[in-house]
Ligand binder design. Sequence first.
Ligand code: GDG
Length: 747
Amino acid sequence: MADLLRVNSILISAFFNLINRSKNMSKTIIVSNRLPVSLQHKFGKFEFKPSAGGLATGLGSIYKEGDNIWIGWPGNDVEDPNQRQEVSEELKKLKMAPVFLTKKDIELYYEGFSNETIWPAFHYFTQYINYEETYWQAYVAVNRKFCDAILESANPDDTIWVHDYQLLLLPMMLRETLPSATIAFFQHIPFPSYEIIRMLPWRKEMLEGMVGADLIGFHTYDDMRHFLSAVGRILGLSNESGYIQADNRLINVDSFPMGIDYDKFAKAAVSKKTLANVKKFKSLLGEQRLLLTIDRLDYSKGIPQRIKVFDELLEAHPEIHETVSMIMVVVPSRDKVKSYMELKEEIDTLVGGINSKYRTLNWVPVHYFYRSFPFNELSAFYSMSDIALVTPLRDGMNLVCKEFVASKTDKKGVLILSEMAGASKELVDAVIVNPNDMLAVKKSILTALNMPEDEQVNRITTMQESLKKYDIFQWVKVFMDRLQNVKEKQQEFQSKAIDKALMKELEKKFKAATDPVLFLDYDGTLVGFKNRPENAFPDKELLDIIDKLAGKCHVVIISGRDKETLGKWFANQRVDMIAEHGVWVKRSEAESFELYAEVDDSWKPDIRQVMDYYVLRTPGAFIEEKHHSLVWHYRKVESGLGDLRMRELFSHLKYMASGHNLQVLEGNMVLEIKRPDINKGRAAIGLLKGESHDFVLALGDDWTDEDTFKAMPKDAYTIRVGYAYTQADYNIKNPTEVRQLLTSFVH
Ligand code: GDG
């Protein structure tokens, strides 16, 4: 059944791929630091050893189709141009293209910035971070090399899926040349808290690189939330439910826990080769309960800590001597880097210590291998082991634990899993431990050794069901579906985006009109936001534009600002003004503002008392009293805390508002409570009454302007600044484009 479903889903995705391709002939490019093959130079000839990794298998359904391609470093340096040509041709047959890196590139970009700066930082090992400027420069240069290599084969409408932390800058580099391309990014390692990211001198550039993508994926919700927080604080880009509004583009950030090729592991476990290996290994080991650990050599994996726990366990429980052995596979990695060499030495010493202390003539506590094994031997290790001890101090996902579970075809076995691995969020039926709590890890081994069989079966069965469902093929499908979804959302916005032709049309109509009127919101429309609202005063360029417009048409500045500020800023202009969202109105020829709405403010003392309480609890917050409303400002509050308090105050005020017939509204770093019937739209209609204009245009940037848009006559043009859902007819990018449009009216 599962097989059938998987085949179906592959067929469906192949069908959609086919439709997409025939529609626009666009292709998909997968990009990763390493290609899924290893280039070896033997006897003057190049050989390619394919990688059997899960990612390569999962993405096989993509890059092997049609014109699609996988671009990356083949894993060896090739300097000679003829040899490069030869390698490229060979790779082409495998649907791949190379990015050639020099020894120096590898040393500075890969071993350097990727593995000595990003890797320790993103795994919370701040003591190992190397802040080396030359590493950073090489990182930028190599990301550029990747970009150039991709641009050689990419078309403007292609889909490009970039993988992992070595290529954080690539999405934006690609976006600059291919603005309409579909670009996705997936990070396989954790994304740490803002507190870590802020330590890196290049944090801004790294995040700017990532937001070049349309879809940014992580393994867990925590990674995603850390990323959104860093983007909010460092780039000033806020998000709503994982959607970031960056200038004119909507970006989706989401979590996609990566699965494994479940069937491959389940089938291998009962294959002839594996069974033969199990038989052979078991006869060599004798009657032992087996505790399996498999990791790449890395300080994030907690290997020494694990050996120490086993040592303490053997010391405290002599009764388990000669009954339990640990099989410890450490796959060689980065062993030229000092911290890794030291780690290797530490592991060697610890294993030497434990084995010399407890071993007997027919029992070895730790069978330690510093090498990798062929797949069927690995499969044998998984299926014959009673317990998998997967206790990384930090891990993006960890696939070993998933492979162990999938290999348990008799459903007997126990998985002990670190809560610091992404997989722990999914495999909640494992025995979950804090890897730093040595006592807890020790206890968990005892629990595992004594776990009744029916409990083992229950736990493994539940985990297997989940792993079967969310396997690597499903992961690829869900990711690609999401990418298509975000593109569709972008297109919805884009269909309303103002283009050059429309700009021209507006200019023509404005110039042809005899009595045009413009309703112009101020903050976010005519000027950008400033940290201090008082600093967003009109600059000379804006005053010039308004002055010229006022000579040609009826201009109404329609804002939420108080009448004093607005009155002062536009004192010498021939414009009408609507202040405080429609409470005050001033005709250009009038001396002063007039109250447009009779206001009952008997509700204010009660509400103010509550707001005051939140000001006292929140350094930086303050209250602004307007004629018809009270506004709680939190722009100057520590980021995060402001949001938290605003949410609390929001629910508090919402409850009170119903009693007073008031409306609570969230604005840009403000919470405002006011009477619902007073709004910009009502005041705008009031101004239009009895007048007839042959050109009406309203421009605004937030929800308060939606009332204006709704109130406009049918033939009016309504334009919202920024790309948000709106009642307006069109979207325009930012205040700069607004000024360009208005300038065209008066030139
Ligand atoms: C990143 C993230 C995330 C191991 N020993 C042998 C062998 N292996 C295979 C396993 C498994 C893979 O290596 C290791 O997978 P991990 O998930 O543990 O780690 P990485 O791939 O290094 O790293 C990680 C992952 O990306 C995916 O997003 O889970 O958190 O760090 O598949 O089977 N394979 C063979 N012999 C061995 O001796 N044949």
